[in-house]
Design a protein around this ligand. Structure first.
Ligand SMILES: Cc1cc2nc3c(=O)[nH]c(=O)nc-3n(C[C@H](O)[C@H](O)[C@H](O)COP(=O)(O)OP(=O)(O)OC[C@H]3O[C@@H](n4cnc5c(N)ncnc54)[C@H](O)[C@@H]3O)c2cc1C
Length: 424
């Protein structure tokens, strides 16, 4: 009986609409249900190139750069469904060798750059087809809680006071000691201004191994490095020490790792001549927008510009702006964030009165945490944000400024010498 009826295709227009709207809160769950193939409005089966793992016509596999699929982005609505999934444990018993990664750990946490490099460590081990482990060496205070999801098989955490701040001599002594004991197959460092390049260069000079800088395609046989201001590629044999660019590898997102501690026995520390006197106060607006860690960005929803500048000053934030704010003459062109402005990589991007047009979103794709202040709870910036405050920009900035100043007052009090510390 059923054979005489044609197969009726049942469509769900709402699900199709959500599948097309990547910013919809239910987008991920609908896509997960549909997989990589979606039935289009014409009835044709469409392949969805945005699904993680999709292999494009050029043979390149789409990776989960933001790690949203493994539930690593705590606080994001989209990860809540996957957070409980226990990933398979990757164990390395009695490793035959080591690949050592020295992550930057900016702010005490692994950066996306660090995670790319840990991922690369594992792909090199796969190529070697050997029972090797990836070791991470961390200095100073660590706030990282997800080493196991980033691919760390073994961890050397040197947390004593001599490794805090800018301490290249102490760190180099530790790396040299690790080199003598473990004889790593490779040393992997981020090629970055956050310490990776500096340490890698020092280690390279100390142990007499020529490092590869600006490396971005690495196999066990050959390394491709960017040269001449990234205008050409230089191929060379893969050396022991590598300074790696972002996106040199795929961050781990399918396995859990053991993070077993490796201890170092005592070693002789040479005299240190460099003293870290702490950070110097700089004008946040003197920091190039592309390098700023904390950006307060203004859009068309700012109506009190004096207050905005005062708030940026109180928060110690670098100022950014949407194109509308720039076109209207409220902010200089150099402050524009977005596709036709600057692409920023801030740890925190605070968008005030910015709707979240795609051209603006392109510029903030690499930001770690986005906070939106907007009157429109349904705008794209609020959908993208990790935290949103729905309210009038002027009122919220006023409250924020008051809090910042209050906190500064507390810090100033803390900084004042206490009576018992006075020397008679
Ligand atoms: C080729 C091209 C390139 C472009 N490049 C860029 C680019 O690089 N960067 C860029 O930013 N744009 C760019 N644009 C422009 C982009 O399309 C948007 O027009 C622009 O980003 C919108 O800026 P906005 O969000 O500040 O303004 P609007 O879209 O007007 O949004 C204002 C927001 O403020 C909110 N708001 C209003 N009043 C208040 C209040 N009192 N309190 C709190 N919130 C309030 C509103 O709800 C709204 O969400 C480009 C466009 C084109 C065509």
């Amino acid at each position: 009986m059923t054979d005489s009826f044609p197969q009726i295709l049942r469509r769900d227009p709402r699900a199709e609409w959500i599948a097309r709207n990547r910013l919809h809160p239910l987008h991920d769950s609908v896509m997960a249900a549909n997989g990589a193939e979606v039935r289009g409005p014409s009835g044709l089966l469409r392949k969805n190139p945005h699904v993680i793992g999709f292999i494009g016509p050029n043979g390149i596999k789409r990776i989960d750069r933001a790690n949203t699929s493994s539930g690593l982005m705590a606080g994001k609505k989209r990860s809540s469904t996957t957070q409980d999934v226990e990933l398979p444990l990757h164990q390395v018993i009695d490793p035959t060798g080591y690949i050592v990664v020295v992550p930057d750990m900016v702010g005490g946490r692994l950066t996306t750059h660090d995670k790319d490099i840990l991922g690369l460590g594992h792909s090199l081990i796969k190529e070697y087809a050997d029972n090797m482990a990836v070791v991470a060496v961390c200095f100073g205070e660590s706030k990282e809680t997800q080493f196991e999801l980033a691919g760390v098989d073994r961890l050397i955490h040197l947390s004593s006071a001599e490794y805090e701040g800018f301490s290249p001599e102490a760190r180099l002594a530790a790396l040299q000691h690790i080199h003598q004991i473990y004889q790593p197959k490779h040393w992997l460092f981020p090629d970055s201004i956050n310490g990776g390049t500096d340490l890698a260069s020092r280690l390279s000079a100390r142990i007499g191994e020529r490092a590869a800088a600006q490396a971005w395609q690495v196999s066990i046989a050959q390394t491709v490095c960017r040269g001449a201001s990234a205008s050409l590629d230089i191929k060379r044999e893969t050396p022991r020490i590598l300074m790696l660019l972002e996106e040199c590898g795929n961050a781990i997102n399918e396995t859990r790792h053991e993070v077993l501690p490796l201890t170092l026995d005592r070693f002789e520390m040479t005299d240190t001549r460099i003293e870290d006197n702490g950070l110097v106060d700089v004008d946040p607006n003197a920091v190039p927008l592309a390098e700023a860690e904390f950006i307060l960005s203004a859009g068309n929803g700012i109506h009190n510009w004096e207050q905005f500048h005062a708030c940026a000053k109180a928060l110690g934030a670098t100022e950014g702006a949407s194109r509308v704010a720039v076109d209207d003459g409220f902010m200089p062109r150099a402050r524009q964030v977005g596709a036709s402005g600057t692409w920023v990589t801030a740890q925190v991007y605070l968008a005030v009165g910015i709707s979240g047009a795609i051209q603006h979103m392109q510029g903030i794709g690499q930001c770690d945490k986005v906070i939106a202040i907007n009157t429109d709870a349904g705008c794209d910036m609020v959908k993208r944000a990790d935290l949103a405050v729905i309210g009038d920009s002027e009122e919220v900035l006023q409250a924020l400024m008051a809090l910042a100043n209050e906190r500064k007052g507390v810090l100033l009090d803390d900084a004042l010498p206490k009576e018992e510390n006075h020397v008679a």
